[in-house]
Every structure is written in C-alpha cells, then in structure tokens.
Ligand binder design. Structure first.
Ligand SMILES: [Zn+2]
Ligand SMILES: [Zn+2]
Length: 236
C-alpha cells in the first residue's frame, strides 16, 4: 500500500513537472524539447549590431555615439544582446507582465553569453520603488540579476541600492524630461569603494534611469558601472 502511494505520488509529481516545463516554442509553438524557443526562432531574434562602447547604440565602426560624446554617461559600458524589436519586445512583455518567469533564466543565459569572461565584483538589479513592486508583484530586474549571478557565479546585492522616490513612468515623458524625472531617485546603504559593478535591467531605452543609478553608485565609491540589459531600444 505504502509503495503504491509512493509511486502514485511520484507520478503526480512528474505530471506536475511536465505541465510546468515548457515543451513548445513560445513563438511558433513547435516542439522545442526543453528550451523556451526552438533553434530557428532563436536564431531569428534581432541581435544588436556592434555599436557605441558606452551605450551600445549601433554606430559605424563601433565609434562612440554623438549623445555619449556630447554628454558622457556615468556608466562605462553596456551589454545588450538584442534590439528591442519584435519578437524580443513580446518576450520581455511576457516576462514582465505575463508572469513567464522561466524567461528570467533564459534571458540570463543569453546575457551571460554576451558578457563572456568580463569580471565584476558584484551584480545589482536596477531597484524598483516599493510602490511599483507592490503593483507588479516582482522586480523583473532582480529576477534577472539573481539568474545572472548563478550563471556568472557572482555575488548579487539585492538591497544595498534602493529607489526611494516613485517617479512617473519614463515612457510618458519627452526625452529631456527623463533625466530630471529620475534625479535623486536612488540611495545606497553602503560604500562600493573600488568595486566594478554590473547593473542589470530588462530594457534600456534612453538610459536616463540607469545613468542616474550609475551616478549614485559612483558617488558611493564604485570604480566602474557596466549596464547589462536583455534589449536596447533603437533611436529613431
Ligand atoms: Zn519557434
Ligand atoms: Zn553612446
């Protein structure tokens, strides 16, 4: 009897796991074994061409872009494997608002690939204000940072840097207002003297928010701040 109970328990567990693990490509629906996207859909994703060494904006010959030359950002470099275009925008949306949390590990694996052997002292997620955290239920950057920490075997610091001011969503603002909107939005509870930091978020648009966070981290002693995002919006 006990043996049978144990067996049926194991079967139920296996069925539960099978239901939880994706077997179909999220984009085309074909059988993709245990990966979220089939190899064809993965190879069709819009890779970001080489670009500005600071902000990853695609440029001729990977030269620094005009914006970074005119206003050097507080961050030092940016890793962004994809352009924020179809279907990456849909995948990010599914992750952020659709509860597709399995995407965090998948994105982190692609980010780890693009970061390669670069070394950092610590990974930090771009902090989300507690109000936004309550609305959304999770910080998409924190999940990414956690998964990236596992892949790169680096320490992840989830709470030394905080967002203490809720700001209107950046998307609602014209470009020039974005830097002013986030000014003074972050605070750090410790020093980062001499540390090389990797700051993680899902998407980089104008970079105003990560730039303000990088400014705060550097004012607390960070030697360098490198941005890692899944995708970068292209300027039009
Ligand atoms: Zn597919
Ligand atoms: Zn640039």
């Amino acid at each position: 009897m006990l043996q049978r109970l144990r067996e049926s328990g194991q079967t139920a567990l296996k069925q539960c796991l099978a239901a939880c693990l994706p077997h179909n490509c999220l984009l085309c629906g074909c059988d993709s074994d245990d990966s979220l996207l089939c190899p064809d859909c993965k190879s069709d994703l819009p890779r970001l061409p080489p670009g500005c060494p600071h902000c990853a904006e695609p440029t001729e010959g990977s030269m620094a872009c005009g914006r970074c030359l005119a206003h050097p950002p507080h961050f030092d470099a940016t890793f962004a494997p994809f352009a924020y275009a179809y279907p990456v925008d849909r995948l990010v949306h599914a992750y952020k608002y659709g509860g597709e949390l399995a995407l965090a590990a998948w994105f982190a694996a692609l980010l780890a690939e693009s970061i390669g052997p670069a070394r950092f002292d610590c990974i930090l997620p771009l902090p989300l204000h507690p109000l936004r955290l309550r609305e959304r239920g999770f910080n998409q950057a924190a999940e990414l940072a956690r998964q990236l920490g596992k892949k790169l075997q680096l320490r992840v610091d989830l709470d030394s840097c905080r967002r203490h001011r809720a700001t209107p969503p950046q998307a609602a603002l014209p470009h020039k207002a974005r830097a002013a909107n986030v000014r003074g939005a972050f605070e750090c509870r410790r020093r980062f003297d001499g540390a090389h930091l990797l700051l993680v978020d899902d998407v980089l648009t104008t970079g105003a928010t990560v730039n303000e966070c990088a400014r705060t981290l550097k004012s607390h002693g960070a030697a360098s701040v490198t941005i890692a995002v899944v995708a970068r919006a292209l300027r039009v």
